[in-house]
Design a protein around this ligand. Structure first.
Ligand code: NAD
Length: 256
């Protein structure tokens, strides 16, 4: 379905981003990957799907590096047809204790990076009259949890940015939508599981069970594969007129 197209997925060396990169590659898209950590292993998993893969190590908190990443994608494959703004970090503390530099980092990486990547990628999409921007928000783009002020503010902001981007391109072939996962068992969430297990003196399994029970009626983690299938749908022709939605895949979390 995406053969001949190029997808740029930020934060795709791990977790959800890697799952989305694999789902888009399975549809034939060439991939530009980004992120830190186990870069070679992540690239190998996507290359194994038979598409061309390139990597750019831009730091999503730095606008000039984001521009260089988009230009690298265009120079390597000729276009950015699908932009997935996925890179994100978390910090957990009450507002009065929240370190200001952590606030700035969460806003920069989880929200401002999507603005910058979109503003650099949009002109090419508009010129070709086809494009898909997928903003990986969160159920925290729709509802709040205590001790996540920066994350909730960034994700609500990302849902707002999604709607504006969708409206500004509504008469074109460029769509923009947000995906709002509940709990997905990635390194980002494993850290919160570990913190809960340590704080309460409980096992990792019990901490996972309690984490789910607090928020997610299905008592199940959403998987990167399920999110990948939703991303593929949003890139399909069937989704040509899906514009500005914030689609939660959260086991019923936001329905409560
Ligand atoms: P993760 O920690 O497994 O992956 C995060 C990715 O972002 C990694 O590739 C990391 O290297 C990259 N990254 C972090 N800082 C970066 C920076 N400054 N520049 C470039 N890359 C950077 O996390 P994840 O759970 O897969 O989260 C991915 C996205 O999904 C995030 O935006 C997160 O908020 C969102 N999300 C996650 C969950 C969940 O339960 N895991 C739920 C809802 C939304």
């Amino acid at each position: 379905m995406l053969k001949g197209k190029t997808a740029l997925v930020t934060g795709s060396t791990s977790g959800i981003g890697l799952g989305l990169a694999k789902a888009l590659a399975a549809q034939g898209a060439n991939l530009v990957m980004n992120g830190f950590g186990e870069v070679d292993a992540a690239l190998a998993q996507v290359k194994a799907l038979g598409v061309q893969v390139s990597y750019h190590g831009a730091d999503m908190s730095k606008p000039h590096e984001i521009e260089a990443m988009v230009r690298h994608a265009e120079a390597t494959f000729g276009s950015v047809d699908v932009l997935v703004n996925n890179a994100g970090i978390q910090h957990v503390a009450r507002v009065e204790n929240f370190p200001p530099e952590r606030w700035d980092a969460v806003i920069a990486i989880n929200l401002s990076s999507a603005f910058h990547a979109s503003r650099f990628a949009l002109p090419g999409m508009q010129a070709r009259n086809w494009g898909r921007i997928l903003n990986i928000a969160s159920v925290h783009g729709l509802v709040a949890s205590a001790e996540k002020s920066a994350y909730v503010a960034a994700k609500h902001g990302l849902v707002g940015l999604t709607k504006v981007t969708a409206l500004e391109n509504a008469t074109s072939g460029v769509t923009c939508n947000a995906i709002c996962p509940g709990w997905v068992l990635t390194p980002l969430v494993q850290k919160q599981v570990d913190a809960k297990a340590a704080a309460l003196g409980i096992s990792n399994e019990e901490a996972k069970r309690q984490l789910l029970a607090e928020k997610e009626p299905s008592l199940q983690f959403t998987t990167p594969e399920e999110l990948g299938a939703l991303a593929v749908f949003l890139c399909s022709t069937a989704a040509d007129n899906v514009r500005g939605v914030a689609w939660n895949m959260d086991g019923g979390w936001a329905a409560q």
